[in-house]
Design a protein around this ligand. Structure first.
Ligand SMILES: [Zn+2]
Length: 458
């Protein structure tokens, strides 16, 4: 089975593919808002019918929340699990959209043609790149070169409450040789990417409690401990002068990346001055001696995301507050253990809290990082296939954000994930005027066709 006629068919049927995508985009499947429950159902039905029209055995599977769509089709090669999500983010503020978010429009822009609407890039457009590649393959050859399980979720934008129980219940059905997840982006418009490292997350809220009530700074100031002052010491103590996090044992399980990967990252020529310049900054603020991409992809962080205490209204009030609090998060990498770090952080903060104050902790989220084992030959095969489609060589990259589904596939199914997507930084996902480049959609489908071909070959 040759890939060339499949690629030609993807080219010649692009207009039809876009019409199909528009149909799916017109369904306002906003998962977080119960008012759109029936629409989520309708999007799942649409996908089931579309998969069935290609000869895939597909069905809508109920969960306590929105349904999953699962489809199977046989083939001779390895078993692939493809993941995408059909739900979308809410659209408000509606007045900032140039068109109805659920009436997608083709638009000419200085950077090329785009399709504008909610879900174009995140994730319906990306999901359909894979479906269209499979459709073209089946139309051309009568069957697929691999065994494929399609798995579409409808709760990704609302915290995926049903995902873990569903994966546990259906692990035997869903486990595969490799998972393909299409919900990420290109490195840039020339360089496609396979994301192989995703940072984890630990969130903790700290409250320092001082006097039993707010105090007048004239009557008590100087004599009474101010909890904001205590909290400031604690926050300042979380980093050393070289930007390293000082929580004991924090770097346990953090490894330097291999030399060949480091060279690949250097070759990407990432311009940190432009990256920071975009947001009005100019200097890297992470660990001394590390590159920007290391800081973003392979090093852990500690950030204060919110801080509160005392008087914050208009004007001025000379108060010594009774309490001060901070929300602190850590992005985690490698084998860092979020639970051990939480314990060590609590011990450290308790030790730093002045005798006259109390400290209380509130645990928020905790999830470890995922690092894919790229010695699985599928990774290099897919990288070469992507490089054939795009102007420049594809790269293995990291992601500063978290995509929990990859970790769940690893831990619950024992399946490694390749995260391959065609989104761009300016797609405005989750924001008004979301768009997806027609080039991304078209070359995305062609990329998948090439990857299916490559994964089949020895
Ligand atoms: Zn998404």
């Amino acid at each position: 089975m040759s890939v060339d006629p499949v690629l030609a068919r993807i080219d010649s049927t692009l207009a039809d593919s876009l019409e199909r995508l528009k149909e799916l985009l017109r369904i306002p499947s906003i998962s977080t808002d119960p008012a759109f429950k029936a629409e989520c159902d309708r999007a799942a039905d649409w996908l089931v019918a579309d998969l069935q029209s290609m000869g895939v055995t597909a069905e809508k599977r109920p969960t306590p929340g929105h349904p999953m769509v699962v489809g199977h089709i046989d083939g001779p090669g390895p078993h692939l699990l493809f993941y995408g999500h059909y739900d979308v983010q809410p659209v408000d503020p509606l007045d900032l959209w140039d068109n109805d978010p659920f009436d997608p429009q083709l638009e000419d822009t200085p950077k090329g043609k785009v399709l504008r609407g909610r879900g174009t890039a995140d994730d319906k457009g990306q999901l359909m790149t894979f479906v269209e590649a499979c459709r073209a393959w089946i139309a051309e050859h009568g069957s697929l070169p691999c065994k494929i399980t399609f798995f579409f979720e409808g709760e990704e934008e609302s915290g995926s409450p049903s995902l873990v129980p569903f994966l546990k219940e259906n692990a035997d059905e869903l486990k595969a040789d490799i998972a393909l997840i299409c919900d990420t982006g290109l490195f840039d418009s020339r360089v496609p990417a396979i994301t192989t490292m995703l940072r984890g997350m630990l969130q903790e809220e700290i409250t320092i409690i001082g006097p039993t009530r707010d105090l007048h700074s004239g009557m008590y100031g100087g004599a009474a401990m101010n909890p904001i002052r205590a909290l400031s010491w604690i926050i300042a103590a979380l980093h050393d002068e070289n930007g390293r996090v000082t929580v004991p044992g924090f770097y346990d399980g953090v490894a330097d990346i291999p030399d060949d990967l480091m060279q690949q990252w250097e070759a990407l020529g990432f311009d940190h001055k432009a990256f920071l310049g975009d947001v009005g900054l100019s200097e890297l603020s992470g660990e001394a001696g590390r590159s920007a991409l290391e800081m973003l992809w392979s090093r852990p962080t500690c950030e204060v995301n919110g801080i509160g205490g005392g008087y914050q209204g208009e004007g001025f009030k000379t108060v010594l507050p009774s309490k001060a609090s901070a929300k602190i998060s850590f992005r985690l990498v490698g084998q860092q253990d979020p639970h051990a770090i939480r314990e060590n952080l609590r011990t450290m903060v308790t030790d730093l809290t002045p005798k006259d104050c109390k400290v209380s902790f509130k645990a928020h989220g905790a999830s470890p990082a995922s690092v894919m084992s790229i010695d699985n030959p599928a990774f290099e095969k897919a990288r070469v296939a992507l490089s054939d489609e795009w102007p420049d060589e594809a790269a293995f990259i990291g992601s500063g954000g978290s995509i929990p589904v990859a970790g769940y596939f690893q831990s619950l199914l024992g399946t490694e994930s390749m995260l391959i997507g065609f989104g761009k930084d300016d797609d405005q996902i989750h924001s008004p005027n979301e768009k997806y480049d027609i080039e991304s959609f078209h070359k995305g489908a062609r990329s998948w066709a090439r990857i299916l071909d490559a994964l089949t070959k020895e």
